[in-house]
Design a binder for this molecule. Structure first.
Ligand SMILES: [Zn+2]
Length: 322
């Protein structure tokens, strides 16, 4: 199966009450860990590349790595998506360079300007058979070159979504309902603590999601910043020389609920970073004399595969849906 767009994936996900996982890729081991999990679970898959990933690994390397995954996984649909395209030129370069889906993130711009930029990307993308994700509202947190302070973040306003979608022609819409980028999604002051002393964040705004869905029936919604920051990996990092106090994410049961509603794409990046970093730190702590990258990247890749398998089955609900 060659690269696909997300159109068919989202239609099936919407009707089937599940979401497709969108995982960020930066190197070979990450691509392999994710795609081995999706192949085994027979799950549709979105591999996404940020501006930062293109700067780190180079556009051509990333496209070729994902093309290799498509060859190795002939039985599942795979889309290649640009995450947080900052402007028309970046989107155009990905559309011209083999991506099947792009995000234009003009959510920090005024409403009319967001419409204008998104519309321009949609026209070019649709002329080339590529689909477009846009964003309304803005998430707090830090992700590669996207950095929004809690004061500048804002929930999506449901009363704007119909005008935005009809004027831009976008194919899916990322909304802000309380998810956040990075491993530090919330300050301690925004949270309560459970019996283990772990921070519990404020619940997602399902009222906003439901109002958006009511206004856009059948339209695929996207959640960014949806890592859950598994405490087993935070602990693995902290016990092996790292320092990530009070890292906290979105509870998985809330994401599971969102996936049964109109949310068709859920972005997960930080959890894979934590799995990889924890695995490597643990390996080095246990084997201070080793220096072969294959040795410490093998458990890192295996733990990426394990966490993606868990997400596909227990959070996204997309296992067996390819
Ligand atoms: Zn994002």
């Amino acid at each position: 199966m060659p690269f696909v767009t997300t159109t068919e994936m989202f239609k099936k996900a919407y009707d089937g009450g599940y979401a497709v996982g969108a995982f960020n890729v930066n190197n070979m081991e990450i691509v392999q860990g994710i795609t081995e999990a999706a192949r085994e679970q027979h799950a549709p898959l979105i591999l996404q590349v940020s501006k930062g990933a293109r700067a780190y690994a180079n556009h051509t390397y990333l496209v070729k790595l994902v093309e290799a995954a498509v060859i190795e996984c002939p039985d599942i649909p795979i889309a290649l998506h640009l995450d947080h395209g900052p402007d028309f030129e970046t989107c155009k370069s990905c559309i011209d360079g083999g991506f099947t889906s792009v995000m234009i993130d003009a959510s920090s711009k005024p409403f009319a300007e967001n419409i204008e930029i998104t519309r321009k990307v949609v026209e070019y993308a649709h002329d080339h058979g590529v689909v477009v994700e846009a964003e309304l509202g803005s998430l707090a947190g830090v992700e590669d070159e996207v950095n929004v302070s809690a004061e500048d973040s804002s929930y999506t306003r449901p009363e704007e979504v119909e005008e935005f979608v009809s004027k831009t022609g976008c194919d899916s819409l990322a909304i802000a309902i309380g998810t956040s980028h990075g491993a530090y999604k919330f300050t301690a002051a925004q949270c309560t603590r459970n019996e283990q002393g772990v921070l519990v964040p404020p619940p997602l705004r399902f009222d906003i999601l439901e109002e958006v869905s009511r206004r856009l029936p059948g339209f695929p919604i996207v959640l960014h910043g949806s890592s859950s920051v598994p405490q087993e990996f935070v602990k693995m990092i902290n016990e092996n020389g790292g320092r990530l106090p009070d890292a906290v994410g979105i509870p998985e049961e809330q994401l599971r609920k969102a996936a049964t509603l109109s949310v068709c794409k859920i972005n997960i990046d930080s959890d894979l970073r934590l799995a990889m970093t924890g695995s490597i730190r643990k390996y080095f702590a246990e084997h201070p004399d080793h220096f072969d990258p294959r040795q410490y990247l093998t458990p890192a890749r295996a733990n990426i595969k394990a966490i993606v398998t868990h997400k596909l089955i227990d959070v996204l609900g997309c296992a067996g849906k390819a």
